[in-house]
Write a protein that binds this ligand. Structure first.
Ligand code: F6P
Length: 343
């Protein structure tokens, strides 16, 4: 078969590992020819491909990002976009498409599958907010990067008796914040699922600082966190093709409020895209490789419209509709564990 792959949305460590596995089993086991659409759905609309076999993917297992590029292009928001994707698949003789992405990319894959396109989805996002899979690759790497940063911030914050606000990614769900907060020993962790009360955060800091000098307070906040109505103003940014606002900045505004209300010197570190860059952890490499192997098997089983997923430790197939239906939010039980350590 001629199998095309594409990577859409925000990049994530482990994307190359997925493609390497698809290519390896596809080429060596099934005798497939593998190609990649460049820059996500943008390249699919424009019919731009590159060969993407074992040779092209050699040495990419530890490499972050995606060697075929990504974009946030939505074919359904481009004049004739979906039709052009379908025409490109026919013109290029592509029998099957493996779409690797998050809720937006897989949402497009789902719509195309409903239109008869032979597509298989692979879940990807550092946010880990896709339902139907317990984990997405890239999440473990992102959490580890956050925890390394928090450990470093602890020592400098202690030296200066400062409050440190650490803003991490997490648009709709606070999985990264919750994990990084627990693993990094945060004084307070704020997730998008629970509107926060800035005064409660300040109270925790005051309480901690009454215990003596040089007790750093680390406040972890997800970029998508929102204050309780009327407690703090937030700015809004521009929207992308999927209608998402560009986030980043809530940590800075929280830090200003903390310093103003408590009088403690407060600094902010916005980890931003550092969380998405660099080499995947061993866990993410293994998960990505398992997803890649399962995706090419799904292609050869003709399991069109399905997505590979991790459930109870095993790789399974679920309908794409299930994958994009609802976001997976932080389990209150897990957030409860983080709360035990709030001052
Ligand atoms: O969806 C993954 C993610 O990393 C989010 O956590 C974040 O809000 C967004 O992508 C950032 O996207 P971009 O790199 O396009 O600014």
């Amino acid at each position: 078969m001629r199998v095309a792959m594409l990577t859409g949305g925000g990049d994530c460590p482990g994307l190359n590992a997925v493609m390497r596995a698809v290519a390896r089993k596809g080429e060596r086991h099934y005798g497939d020819e593998l190609v990649g659409f460049l820059d996500g759905w943008k390249g699919a609309i424009e019919g731009r491909t590159v060969p993407l076999g074992v040779d092209q993917l050699r040495g990419t297992l530890p490499r972050g990002g995606t060697i075929i590029g990504s974009s946030r292009t939505n074919p359904y928001k481009v004049e004739g976009g979906a039709e052009r994707v379908k025409a490109a698949l026919v013109d290029l003789g592509v029998d099957a498409l493996v779409a690797i992405g998050g809720e937006d990319t897989l949402g497009v894959a789902h719509q195309l599958a409903a239109d008869g396109v032979q597509v298989i989805g692979v879940p990807k996002t550092i946010d880990n907010d896709l339902s139907a899979t317990e984990l997405t690759f890239g999440f473990d790497t992102a959490v580890q990067i956050c925890v390394d940063a928090i450990d470093r911030l602890h020592t400098t914050a202690e030296s200066h008796d400062r409050v440190m606000v650490v803003e991490v990614m997490g648009r709709h769900a606070g999985h990264i914040a919750a994990w990084a907060g627990i693993a990094g020993g945060a004084t307070f962790t704020i997730i998008p699922e629970e509107p926060f009360d800035v005064e409660a955060v300040c109270e925790a800091i005051r309480h901690r600082h009454t215990k003596g000098q040089r007790l750093a307070s680390i406040i972890v906040i997800a970029e998508g966190a929102v204050p309780k109505e009327g407690t703090m103003a937030l700015q809004t940014g521009e929207l992308d093709a999927f209608g998402h606002v560009r986030l980043g900045g809530v940590g800075t505004r929280l830090a200003e409020q903390i310093e103003e209300r408590t009088g403690y010197e407060t600094r902010v570190t916005t980890l931003g895209h550092v969380q998405r860059g660099g080499t995947p952890t061993a866990f993410d490499r293994v998960l990505a490789t398992r997803f890649g192997v399962a995706a090419i098997d799904a292609v050869h089983d003709g399991a069109w419209g399905s997505m590979v997923a991790l459930q109870a430790g095993s790789i399974v197939r679920v309908p794409l509709s299930e994958a994009v239906g609802e976001l997976k939010l932080v389990d209150p039980e897990l957030y409860g564990v983080a709360q035990v350590f709030f001052e």
